[in-house]
Design a protein around this ligand. Structure first.
Ligand SMILES: [Cu+2]
Length: 71
């Protein structure tokens, strides 16, 4: 299962690494691919994670959660 998280506020490679590390701390997240220019992160999940949890992770990392797009 994959989810694409739309994120505002990432401006450089440091930001994308920060987002990736924050998402990888969730045990259900197996892989993260951040697209800085595309303003999104695609997470590969071993089990369902609610959009609300993803929103909290992104906001705690200091970025703006814009929603989740289906894949
Ligand atoms: Cu940055």
């Amino acid at each position: 299962m994959k989810k694409k998280i739309m994120i505002e506020g990432m401006s450089c490679g440091h930001c994308s690494n920060h987002v990736k590390d924050a998402l990888m701390e969730l045990e259900e997240v197996k892989e993260v691919t951040v697209d800085l220019a595309g303003k999104n992160a695609v997470v590969e999940l071993s089990q369902e994670v609610t959009d609300e949890v993803l929103k909290e992770v992104i906001e705690e990392a200091g970025y703006d959660f814009q929603g989740v797009a289906g894949l």
